[in-house]
Design a protein around this ligand. Structure first.
Ligand SMILES: [Zn+2]
Length: 289
């Protein structure tokens, strides 16, 4: 199969450590993160090499906390031609931050990214898809700060996040102060509802063919897919956390297959960062300068 050259799909990585995931929040107190041995390099090495091999580009949504401690990793992504965007400072949920907390969180993240050499971020993805109907005020702050796009709404039904009736493709969200493009991670429509197909745990749990079929489906409909993964998903030898069985399963299932599955996707489809894809699709105007 030759790689599709007609359509660019969006690829993204939420740059956080295994000890910062919501799934393990009760095992790693926020104020103890600095005491845990970093594993970031393992996953980032695997990702960046795979992207280079396949001449693919991606968006890296960095936590500000990570950018402060690993500025060389921000620069390495920039040197590879990738987009740097914001994943918030320390993986706090929007509903816990509140509108004022989000201002501080975005300030700190932007400062950390720019101190590491990145341009002011133009894209945002909230921790754990916590941009829901209850936190739509976050759009106002993103618009006010001049963000061009957001990728925080997951248009699925889920116990802790999701906006099931949200437009699953690219859309423009109109707010009183202006508008912003929303580019959600990919879902597939089945049984009358949107099901997650854009990455994370489902990428590892389901056979690789499922994700490839989802991207192929988007392509057949003339739409770009939006895939997301994390560096820790490319680190099969990371330390094991004694969490409850369901959390362990979700975090550790098929970690040794993530890289080969990503390579299979990269071999078949063309990928770029979200901003580039949105420009290509005409959802954002081409930036000059
Ligand atoms: Zn995250």
């Amino acid at each position: 199969m030759t790689k599709s050259q007609t359509r660019l799909h969006a690829l993204s990585f939420d740059v956080e450590e295994y000890f910062q995931v919501a799934n393990f929040a009760s095992h790693f107190a926020r104020d103890q993160w600095h005491t845990v041995e970093p594993r970031l390099d393992v996953g980032m090495d695997a990702i960046l090499r795979a992207l280079e091999r396949h001449r693919a580009r991606a968006t890296f949504f960095f936590l500000g906390w990570i950018a402060e401690r690993h500025p060389q990793m921000v620069r390495r992504c920039l040197d590879g031609g990738h987009e740097i965007a914001s994943h918030g400072y320390e993986h706090a949920f929007l509903q816990h931050l509140g509108p004022e907390g989000l201002v501080r969180d975005l300030d700190r993240t932007e400062e950390a990214l720019m101190a590491a050499g990145a341009p002011r971020p133009r894209g945002f993805r909230a921790s754990t898809f916590t941009l829901t109907r209850n936190t739509f005020w976050a759009f106002d702050e993103l618009v006010r700060r001049g963000y061009r796009y957001d990728s925080s709404v997951h248009p699925i039904r889920h116990p802790t996040y999701g906006v099931p009736d949200f437009e699953p493709g690219i859309s423009r969200v109109e707010r009183a102060g202006g508008s912003i493009v929303e580019f959600p991670v990919t879902t597939v429509r089945a049984l009358g509802r949107n099901l997650p197909a854009g990455g994370g745990g489902y990428f590892r749990l389901l056979p690789g063919a499922v994700t490839r079929a989802a991207v192929a489906h988007c392509e057949s409909k003339g739409r770009p897919a939006c895939i997301y993964l994390h560096p820790w998903e490319f680190d099969p030898h990371q330390p094991r956390v004694e969490a409850k069985a369901s959390a362990r399963f979700r975090h550790y299932v098929n970690l040794d297959r993530t890289l080969s599955r990503l390579e299979a996707l990269l071999g078949r489809f063309a990928f770029a960062g979200l901003e580039e894809v949105l420009e290509r699709e005409g959802a954002l105007s081409k930036r000059t300068g």
